[in-house]
Design a protein around this ligand. Structure first.
Ligand code: CTP
Ligand code: ZN
Length: 152
């Protein structure tokens, strides 16, 4: 077996590496973090081999250091993410993400009759179960679960 360890996506000098994203959540993470509109250099790879996830994705955002409440939003679709904070090419910090207590925006309410699906009102949920992911709508009180998650 080769001992050669090569990065599948180039190293960055400064910024944040978001590793261990399930491959099918890559574009959701991009949307949640609004990476399509930030001016920094971004590289990503997907369908990379991972022993834990099968296929994983990775995103490297140069010059960007996320606040906790900003980055924690991605835990909804990528709970096992490993954040690596890079300064001068070195990993100076490793962090994980935590599912927040309250989710504002990001996902749609599962109930078609909910006011948020019929008027211009931003969705708002209380996270009732972080393991199984159950989001209780602030407006209609119906529960949206992991399998019903649709991004707004
Ligand atoms: N990385 C990077 N640029 C750097 C340093 C590291 O993009 N200048 C990336 C690596 O590609 C890797 C992640 O940051 O995806 C973590 O780096 P490191 O801790 O060196 O890798 P591992 O030991 O493999 O960490 P883990 O097991 O947590 O993935
Ligand atoms: Zn609702």
């Amino acid at each position: 077996m080769s001992t050669h360890k090569q990065l599948q996506v180039s190293a960055i000098e400064n910024g944040t590496v978001i590793d261990h994203i399930p491959a099918d959540s890559l574009f959701k993470v991009i949307t949640i973090l609004s990476l399509d509109t930030i001016p920094h250099q971004i590289t990503f790879g997907t369908n990379l081999d991972s022993r834990k996830l099968g296929k994983k994705a990775i995103i490297k955002v140069s010059q960007k250091f996320f606040e906790d409440d900003e980055i924690n939003k991605i835990a909804l679709v990528a709970p096992d993410v490993k954040l690596n904070i890079i300064r001068d090419y070195e990993v100076v910090e490793k962090r994980e993400v935590r599912i927040p207590d309250v989710v504002v925006g990001i996902v749609k309410c599962f109930n078609p009759k909910c006011i948020t699906n019929n008027e211009h009102i931003v969705t708002r949920f209380k996270v009732e179960d972080k393991r199984e992911l159950a989001l209780k709508c602030h407006y209609c009180e119906k529960i949206t679960t992991k399998d019903e998650l649709i991004m707004v």
